[in-house]
Design a protein around this ligand. Structure first.
Ligand code: XMP
Ligand code: MG
Length: 178
């Protein structure tokens, strides 16, 4: 694999297709074990998680459902700051075992603002599965329950993640070249 150019930036190969598949299988095995008989509802956060969610879901051997939502953020009152809400959420979450599926937790801001809205719907349980985390970038108290890869604090593209709209269809993960 060689370097690629997206818009104005150069990216280099970072995590191969084979390593990604292996990592996703490992997390799926944990979910298969933890959620057998519970019919969890996976909630994929669009757009970034769609590839990871599809791969993870196909590795599940237990009864499970999936749905997708888009998060939109708007300005709340001065006390609430920015509020993140969802569109496209039609499922009943009460008493369901929910697994949020994210592409990446960077600062943690998005999920930190959105989790209360989900908690308000009284799910039986609420956990987070993310393809990537950047521990050095984390600024909010968000903890992934399932995490495929921890990566350094650098911008990545591919496997659903984009740089200004492009790169989501690249099957491997690429990282910004220094
Ligand atoms: P927070 O900071 O709320 O951010 O955890 C999560 C969102 O930020 C985007 N993000 C990235 N997208 N490569 C990307 O393509 C990256 O390295 C990256 N870091 C953060 C992403 O939309 C994610 O949902
Ligand atoms: Mg995203």
């Amino acid at each position: 694999m060689s370097d690629i150019k997206i818009h104005d930036k150069i990216f280099e190969p970072f995590i191969s297709k084979a390593k990604i598949a292996e990592g996703v299988k490992k997390v799926a095995a944990e979910i298969n074990r933890d959620y057998a008989g519970k019919n969890p509802l996976l909630l994929g956060i669009l757009n970034g998680s769609f590839i990871f969610a599809a791969d993870l879901f196909r590795e599940l051997e237990i009864e499970a459902e999936i749905s997708f939502i888009k998060l939109v953020s708007y300005k709340g009152t001065s006390s609430t700051g920015n509020v993140v809400t969802s569109i496209g959420l039609e499922e009943q979450l009460a008493d369901r075992h929910i697994i949020i599926v994210e592409d990446i937790i960077d600062t943690g801001k998005t999920l930190h603002s959105f989790m209360p809205e989900l908690q308000n719907r009284k799910p039986a349980s609420l956990k987070i599965a993310t393809f990537l985390t950047k521990p050095d970038a984390l600024k909010y108290p968000v903890k992934a329950d399932y995490n495929v890869f921890e990566i350094e604090h650098k911008f990545v593209v591919g496997y659903g993640l984009d740089y200004d709209g492009l790169g989501r269809n690249i099957p491997e993960l690429y990282i910004l070249k220094a």
